[in-house]
Write a protein that binds this ligand. Structure first.
Ligand code: MN
Length: 338
């Protein structure tokens, strides 16, 4: 954290696809940061009799990328195994169980007992004469964590999932219809949990260190004796909101993005930006590339990731919009000169 490159790495990693009546695109860029710690998942058609379901997520890692990468690879499996359970719980409860299970599971992984890949971090742990060996192992354990934001889509419902300060926004009927709420340490409910667990908030951070109050991993904030997993200073519990999908063409699109995007664009601005680009280009990866390029130009210093999921009601390419854009480009070229 806090380390920047002399110039940004502007290489973009993207993808796009379609299925289940959806189209999606995604793009990510390392930007000014020394490392890329974001990860993402996009799956259209889920196993286990859920071929008409889909899942998208963005994971924003910190203090390394190990937890973010693991979640990108395995979170969906943990949610699906919960969904398959015979408990008869709601989908919302099953998503929550999936989060709690993966957080316990990751803690026990051998690679989590090892330090992160450290080429880019500062000097290693101090070798004090006083530390017992278990203490040293503790210091060397992976300290990474990640936020998670996602949307699980069934034929009838949207399940918005949030843990941390990445954000999902639903655009419906031409406006922002729903947005997840970021989990910050200074929010009243979060503060109460942190304090009840013996933690404190300093400079807006949990124990003066972590800027989010919910995350996967971050086990050094999850060791308070006598407190359950969702009562720790940092909790892996997601907030899950269930929405009935709009009939007809009401639902336009969903954007999932990390704070590297939201730091420089608010929900309305990003919606307007995406809406205008959807009228120019049919390829959603191109639209997402434009989002991260624009965020970099607007001054984002963080890794940037965006996933765009379009419903049949999304704005369509318009000859008129393309003509106006071309006119504007030609105008600007004459202004800049040869
Ligand atoms: Mn970030």
């Amino acid at each position: 954290m806090g380390q920047f490159l002399p110039k940004p790495n502007t290489e973009k990693h993207g993808a796009h696809g379609a299925g289940n009546g959806l189209r999606f695109g995604l793009s990510s860029m390392q930007g000014w940061r020394v490392t890329m710690e974001d990860a993402h998942t996009a799956v259209v058609g889920l196993p286990g009799g859920r071929a008409d379901w889909s899942f998208f997520a963005v994971y924003d890692g910190h203090a390394g990328s190990r937890v973010a990468d693991y979640c990108a690879g395995h979170m969906l499996d943990h949610i699906l195994s919960s969904l398959g359970g015979s408990g008869g719980g709601s989908v919302k409860d099953d998503i929550r169980s999936g989060f709690l299970k993966i957080d316990v599971h990751m803690r026990g992984l051998p690679e989590m007992q090892q330090g992160p890949d450290l080429q880019l971090e500062g000097p290693g742990p101090q070798e004090g004469p006083q530390g017992p060996s278990s203490n040293r192992r503790q210091q060397e354990a992976d300290r990474s964590g990640c936020t998670a934001v996602g949307v699980l889509l069934s034929p009838d419902h949207l399940y918005f999932i949030n843990c941390g300060d990445s954000r999902a926004v639903l655009y419906r009927d031409g406006r922002v219809s729903f947005s997840t709420v970021d989990h910050k340490p200074y929010d009243a409910g979060e503060m109460e949990r942190i304090r009840n667990a013996g933690g404190h908030i300093m400079n807006g951070r949990v124990n003066g260190g972590l800027a989010v109050s919910r995350a996967l991993g971050d086990y050094e904030y999850k060791g308070v004796e006598g407190k359950g997993p969702t009562e720790q200073p940092v909790s892996p519990e997601p907030e899950v909101r269930e929405w009935k999908r709009a009939s007809g063409e009401g639902d336009e699109f969903v954007v999932l993005a990390c704070d590297g995007v939201w730091d420089v664009m608010n929900n309305e601005e990003l919606g307007a930006f995406v809406r205008s680009r959807l009228q120019l280009w049919s390829d959603l990866e191109t639209v997402c590339n434009a989002v991260v390029d624009t965020c970099l130009h607007k001054g984002s210093k963080d890794n940037m990731s965006v996933v765009l999921v379009c419903f049949p009601g999304a704005p369509k390419v318009s000859k008129e919009a393309q003509r106006k854009e071309k006119e504007l480009e030609e105008f600007l070229e004459t202004r800049v000169g040869v």
